[in-house]
Design a protein around this ligand. Structure first.
Ligand SMILES: C[S@@+](CC[C@H](N)C(=O)[O-])C[C@H]1O[C@@H](n2cnc3c(N)ncnc32)[C@H](O)[C@@H]1O
Length: 235
């Protein structure tokens, strides 16, 4: 086990939503309509994940992606800082018959990959939990976990609107996506995300990706507030 210096970021003190609260985990699973088995299966197919591959899912949450990757026969490492999330994901994996997942309670900055280098690192809707300085450390660690030419897939709340438009863009986003109480993520949830979590601009993320040894082969600015990247680790 690595000993971390006193200045190291404490990942156990999670910003924003408390994912150690079991009730919040079940609500999360219900509200996270961007992560259904069908959508995750489509992503697994799009990435070309198959039985010979090793896949690391960082911030796995309730495990929808890890489960679909495992159903191909791939070796999957599902990593999350929250024990409550992992317990929920484990129970879902068992019900789905996904038997090739190793669950690890660890964070972006503390997970130590002990097995063979991965073909894929996937992280969805989770990296925003880290301030930018620590996102850079996380990218360096992701690069170290991958084989040369390995693939990093990143999707998150990442802003591609012009910086000067930030007030209008954030307000517009929240108005468009917020649901009434009890029907999904509310305006309060999105407000808290912007205020307390660490979503940042696409050009900052892109600078970090290239400086950590990735080539960005696809950048999809799906909306002004969600971005996905497909990257290859330089050989
Ligand atoms: C919004 S959920 C996303 C879950 C899943 N990837 C998805 O797409 O639905 C964010 C997840 O990141 C986890 N998390 C928070 N801080 C973390 C950290 N420092 N390292 C790894 N995971 C973390 C949370 O416990 C939670 O399960």
């Amino acid at each position: 086990m690595t000993a971390f210096p006193a200045w190291y970021f404490d990942e156990s003190k999670m910003a924003g939503v408390d994912f150690e609260d079991e009730a919040r985990v079940a609500v999360y699973d219900r509200n996270q309509t961007a992560s259904t088995p069908e959508k995750e299966r489509a992503l697994v197919n799009r990435l070309g994940i198959a039985s010979e591959h090793t896949v690391i899912d960082l911030g796995t949450g309730t495990g929808n992606f890890a489960i679909q990757a495992s159903l191909t026969g791939a070796s999957v490492y599902a990593v999350d800082i929250s024990q409550a999330m992992l317990a929920y994901a484990q129970s879902k994996a068992q019900k789905a018959g996904a038997t090739t997942i190793a669950f690890h309670q660890a964070g972006f900055l503390t997970y130590e990959h002990q097995d063979r280098l991965a073909d894929f690192v996937v992280t969805k809707n989770a990296l925003h939990i880290l301030p930018d300085f620590w996102k850079m450390s996380a990218f360096l660690k992701m690069a170290a976990m991958l084989k040369p030419k390995g693939v990093l897939y990143l999707r998150d709340v990442i802003f591609s609107f012009p910086p000067a438009d930030y007030k209008a863009s954030i307000n517009e986003w929240i108005q468009q996506v917020a649901k009434p109480e009890g029907e999904g993520w509310t305006a309060r949830d999105f407000e808290m995300h912007v205020r307390e979590e660490h979503s940042t601009f696409a050009w900052i993320i892109e600078g970090m990706l290239t400086r950590s040894g990735f080539e960005i082969v696809e950048a999809n600015y799906n909306t002004p507030t969600y971005t996905e990247y497909l990257c290859i680790k330089a050989a």
